[in-house]
Each structure stands twice: as C-alpha cells, then as structure tokens.
Design a protein around this ligand. Structure first.
Ligand code: ADP
Length: 258
C-alpha cells in the first residue's frame, strides 16, 4: 500500500509537471513546424538543404506527437466506472487494432461466452487496450500474433498481484514479440520508463494502464521473457451491480500470472 501510494503521488506530481512543460513545448513547436512546413512547400534551397529541412520537419512533428501524448496523460479525466461489457468493447475495437497493427500481425480474439460486465471506465479502458496493442506492435517489428482474450476469474486468498479476493474479468493481451529482459520487466510500469528512445516512447503507456487497473480495484500482471513474447493481464473487478455473490457457482480458481 505504501508503494502504491508513493507511485500514485509520483504519477500525480509528474502529471502536473509534464502538463505544464508539454503545454509550453506545444506552443513553441507550432511556429517551428509552421515555418519548416512553409519552406518544404516552397521547395527552397539545394536538394541537400531540402532534405535537411524535411528531416527537421519530421523530427518536429514527432516531437509534437510526443508532447500531445504527454498532454493527454496530464489531462486525464477523473474515472467514471460503469458496468462495461468487455467482450463488446474488444469486438468493437478489433478492426481498429487490426488496422493499427498492419498486415504482418495476426490479431486473434478469444472471448469467453457470457462474460459478466466489469466495473471500468469505458473510454479509459479503450485507451488502455489500444496502448497495449501498440506496445505489442512495437515488440513485433517482423510480424507475429497478437491474442486478446477475456474470461472470468475468481481470486481467493493471497494473490501474487495483491488482488483482493473476489470476481474479476481478466483481459489479456499477448504477443509473440521480443519480450522483456529482467530490468525492463521490473521497471515496465514505472512512469517515464521506456526503452524506445527519444521521440518514440513516452514510458507512460503501461503506467497509465496499471494506474487505471489499480484505481478500479483491479491490477496488472506481466509475464514476459526475451524472445518468448509478452502477456499482459488486466484484472478488472466484476461490476457489483450485476454479480451477486450467489450467482457464481463455479469453483474459484487462482491464476498465478508471474
Ligand atoms: P513506451 O511504450 O512509451 O515505451 P510503456 O510504459 O508502454 O512506454 O512501456 C514501457 C516499456 O516496457 C517499453 O519501452 C518496453 O521496453 C516495455 N514493453 C511494454 N510492452 C511491451 C511488450 N508488449 N513487449 C516487450 N516490451 C514491452
């Protein structure tokens, strides 16, 4: 609990700090991009100079994308948990995910029948799923398979991810990509930890997904090894509004994800 508190305070401080810096950067980048864009359109200078200007414009545009992601992170809306049909959400996003990942990645969806609703925030869960899918894409530069599955799980007693006993919807996103080494795995959910290099990664994706799961009363587990791919499991509590205690007849099972 102490660690979770420390992490969330760090997130909050980072959020307001980056919000301010990102905002200023965004304002500064606008005239830079505008001027470079004008030069590119006019086609001024020698061919070599035009290539240099073009490169500068591309970098500035990448910086702008990065800054906008930071801004979106800093401006996160407060959570609005409602009863979310996870199967429907995944089905609805499969097309978008498929086109985001491109033709070299095979997207498979495996949804348990009769999934009860999860207590979650629809928009933020969509963002989270997209984030996980984009991470999976980055981990599979030569193509591979992304599997999204959702099923119901019960937790009894102690759980490795410190989940409270109860009923959950387990949403997992697994890839056949490069996987994570020990250090990356240990630091993956840390805000601003990224191995992707400047302008490519913000290091906020997994920390956002982790924060979301934690705020909803669930959790996140990661199973990954170099060369073997990565499986991210998002545990979302079943919506209390729908799941009565007596409704669950199946024997409870604990999954040790790590
Ligand atoms: P970002 O994607 O911007 O780097 P994240 O917080 O989403 O930030 O991820 C942090 C780091 O965790 C990544 O830089 C990468 O090293 C590692 N990572 C995340 N997802 C995967 C994955 N599916 N496969 C391999 N490594 C991953």
């Amino acid at each position: 609990a102490q660690e979770a508190l420390r992490q969330s305070q760090k997130m909050e401080a980072m959020g307001s700090l980056t919000g301010g810096v990102a905002h200023d950067f965004n304002n500064l980048l606008t005239p830079i991009i505008g001027s470079l864009d004008m030069l590119v359109r006019k086609g001024v200078g020698t061919e070599r100079e035009r290539r240099l200007i073009d490169g500068a414009l591309q970098s500035a545009e990448r910086a702008k994308t990065l800054v906008q992601r930071l801004l979106a992170f800093a401006r996160r809306q407060p959570l609005q948990p409602t009863a979310v049909d996870v199967a429907r959400l995944v089905d609805g996003m499969a097309g978008l995910i498929g086109s985001t990942l491109g033709p070299t990645i095979d997207v498979r969806v495996d949804l348990a029948a009769d999934l009860p609703p999860a207590s979650a925030d629809l928009n933020q869960l969509e963002m989270a799923l997209l984030n996980l899918a984009v991470n999976a894409r980055d981990a599979m530069p030569n193509g591979g398979t992304l599997t999204i599955c959702a099923r119901r799980e019960s937790v009894e007693g102690r759980h490795p991810a410190k989940l409270k006993p109860g009923h959950y919807i387990l949403l997992c996103v697994a890839d056949t990509g490069v996987g994570m080494d020990h250090e990356t795995l240990a630091r993956a959910v840390e805000p601003f930890f990224s191995t992707k290099g400047i302008g490519r990664g913000t290091g906020l994706g997994l920390s956002m997904v982790h924060g979301l799961a934690a705020q909803l009363g669930g959790g996140l587990t990661i199973d990954s090894a170099p060369g073997r791919g990565t499986k991210i499991e998002l545990w979302l509590p079943c919506s209390a509004a729908v799941v009565g205690e007596d409704e669950i007849a199946a024997p409870a099972r604990v999954t040790h994800a790590n």
